[in-house]
Design a protein around this ligand. Structure first.
Ligand SMILES: [Mg+2]
Length: 394
């Protein structure tokens, strides 16, 4: 078969919902007094939007092949991501064969080292990489998971992230992960409220349902250790992203200090095989949680996952819907997946990337058949009703 080449890469912004899932209206659980590294400033404590969690907006990457096939992906990156693609990365993509994914990744990463390595640049590289996988799989007429070696199980099972683990249990999920609401600056009263919510949920869900706390980088080792010790009484399964992502030493210390059986998880804001090598070799956590739209894309996630496998660690990607599912279903060390409850009250299952994506599958009774993922590419379409803006069109 003669392989098509990539004719053009285009970068767009898009506001509201989808990959920019923090850009929500008032009253949504995802912006309701959640503990963050900014919580020490009372003015930025009530809402994450107040300190700018939603400033970037969604980045949509389209890659068009010489045979007319179009691959695309969405991630967080907005106008900055568009600039990086149109002004810099496009040169490595356009004219390449649609199979040139590994070479393109290396050139995108090496050429941006002097200003990249993590953060927005890696978000952007991830977006291009995911669009390239979508394109290649569509050209081949296969789902992305088939290019990764195929499913290793018949179905995915999910835990739910949101404010209502009690409802998640009724909806068939295997666990519920709560956002932590109060950080160290809110003192003993905040600690008491954190434990109270956990106790209430434990009472509602019974003994066998997983409960976790996502701390979104908001704590220090002392607070996290005390929270873990007291939360053990309510069977907390894991404590997630308790510390800032650069504090590898703190994570290693926390992991030594948490009660036996409680897991320490992190990695949502980590990137590349080198970042995760730090987490793994320093004994920072029990589960790594890369976001495939931020850590370097699927090409890099495969390397990160192999590294974790060799360390005997699980990889349970952060959110990201179909971009995660096609990976999770092919990995032995990813036995379950995260589902982000995007209904404002976390009281019903709605597509994570609504309204940006069409045909996005959601779990039913906390599960999803692998066969649901059998359409070509990632199996989703960009909603034509969403207004795309291309700020740096060439
Ligand atoms: Mg998290």
């Amino acid at each position: 078969m003669s392989m098509p080449t990539i004719k053009q890469v285009r970068a767009f912004t898009l506001r509201g919902g989808g990959a920019d899932y923090h850009d929500q209206g008032g009253g949504h659980w995802i912006d309701d007094h959640i503990a963050t590294p900014m919580s020490k400033y009372p003015a930025y404590r009530q809402s994450r939007q107040s300190f700018g969690i939603n400033v970037l907006g969604t980045l949509v990457v389209e890659v068009e092949a010489s045979d007319g096939t179009v691959g695309f992906a969405v991630t967080t990156g907005g106008e900055l991501g568009c600039w990086i693609i149109e002004k810099h990365l496009a040169r490595f993509v356009e004219g390449a064969l649609v199979t040139d994914i590994e070479r393109i990744w290396d050139q995108m990463y090496q050429s941006t080292l002097y200003y990249g390595r993590k953060g927005i640049v890696l978000n952007t590289i991830s977006g291009v990489d995911l669009a390239l996988w979508d394109l290649l799989a569509k050209v081949r007429g296969e789902p992305v998971h088939a290019l990764l070696g195929g499913p290793v199980r018949d179905e995915l099972q999910f835990y739910a992230t949101g404010a209502r683990p009690d409802l998640a249990r009724e909806m068939g999920f295997i666990g519920g992960k709560l956002p932590l609401h109060h950080g160290p600056a809110e003192g003993e009263e905040g600690m008491r409220r954190n434990l109270e919510l956990l106790a209430t949920m434990r009472e509602r869900v019974g003994d066998d349902f997983w409960l976790m706390y996502d701390c979104w980088m908001s704590l220090d080792v002392d607070y996290a250790t005390r929270l873990a010790a007291r939360a053990a009484e309510y069977g907390l399964k894991w404590i997630e992203e308790a510390l800032p992502p650069d504090d590898y030493w703190g994570y290693a210390e926390l992991r030594r200090k948490v009660p036996r059986g409680m897991l320490v998880t992190t990695g949502e804001h980590e990137a590349t095989r080198w970042g995760f090598r730090m987490l793994l070799e320093m004994g920072c956590c029990d589960i790594i949680q890369p976001d495939v739209g931020w850590c370097g894309g699927l090409t890099e996630l495969l390397k990160i996952s192999s590294l974790a496998d060799a360390h005997g660690k699980m990889v349970v990607p952060h959110g990201s819907s179909v971009y995660s599912y096609h990976f999770v279903v092919t990995r032995h060390n990813s036995p379950f997946a995260e589902f982000l409850m995007m209904a404002p009250g976390a009281d019903e299952v709605v597509p994570m990337f609504h309204p940006q994506l069409l045909d996005e599958p959601v779990p039913v009774n906390g599960r999803m058949k692998a066969s649901v993922l059998d359409s070509p590419g990632f199996g989703v379409r960009l909603n034509p009703d969403c207004a795309l803006h291309r700020p740096f069109a060439r």
